[in-house]
Design a protein around this ligand. Sequence first.
Ligand SMILES: *Cc1c(COP(=O)(O)O)cnc(C)c1O
Length: 391
Amino acid sequence: MAQPIGRHFLQIPGPSNVPDRILRAMSAPTIDHRGPEFARLTLDILDAVKPVFGTTGPVIVYPSSGTGAWEAALVNTLSAGDRVVAFETGHFATLWSQMARRFGLQVDVVPGDWRHGADPDALAERLEADSGHAIKAVCVVHNETSTGALSRIPEIRRVLDEAGHPALLLVDTISSLGSVDYRHDEWGVDVTVSCSQKGLMLPPGLGFNAVSEKALRAHAAATLPRSYWDWAPILEANRTGFFHSTPATNLLYGLREALRMLDEEGLPAVFERHARHGEATRAAVRAWGLDVLCLDEREHSPVLTAVLLPEGHDADKVREVILERFNMSLGAGLGKLRGRVFRIGHLGHFNDVALAGTLAGVQMGLELAGLPPEGDGVTAALRVLTTGAAA
Ligand SMILES: *Cc1c(COP(=O)(O)O)cnc(C)c1O
């Protein structure tokens, strides 16, 4: 590999690029997490983070990855033997189901082809067959990062409401939060799971659970073993601005800065920017003559685009060439998509020119990897960026 010069392009769909402002905020000295200055920091953050989740209720912050926040959502609300419906939207949804099974939950998986989001009609069928309300929770991954399909949470909510079904709605927003419109309260979500290193532009290390009143009632009755992940002692300590165990102080400095940045740009503008970048990227992929993995026009992810290669081509080879020649990282195909797709991340701290550079790198990489693009995807993307219209 040539000596890399210039900025590395970290175009995987998380961790995303961390802005200098956040890195600088995190470089402040660590303070006493039992002192008054810390209490002010916590209370500020716990307040400022709510609009990003679209909630007025509590948000619990863990020193953890997203996987930990998944576990927290399950162990705080469910009991061994409970039935849970989950959708096989892709690799992450599959991992969450496997975790649920390890806790002794009976997971009823709605099969999927990894090219669509969660199917509301399939949920309606399952709920209709469950007049005894044995199903205790429905687990959905909002943005399936392995495929680039965005599930329609309001439609999932509508199906639950129309069935009059009391199951909890648990949603993984690990790669959508802070990049895609999301409304915990309005959509009647009970636990929203997220983490720091994707749309929130932070390094890895913080996990989140936003919880509804109904989730808190479920917590009081749930009997899965919980200790570190238990909401109760955290909520109790948070009331005065503290945590019961040592929090990730410097990541919290970063979170405070990230929330300021999202507020300065304005969430609607943040969401519009991501949607535009998604559209421009798909225009490029189509101009190259390649397939966008997600098949439903209503479900294209504004966060990442998974590009499906024709049979006989190795997506890892394309990624390898691009890393070696252009110092840019793209996401690998995960699970059964290994080698079949590469994923272009366009989330977080990102702008039009950075997207243009990213797509230029991909276009050159395809050529060098023996997959000469049919057409000029970069120009197709620039047209979307400048005029808002695909060719
Ligand atoms: C990244 C990701 C996860 C896993 O999060 P970790 O921080 O790696 O534990 C889970 N779900 C989705 C949708 C993700 O994008």
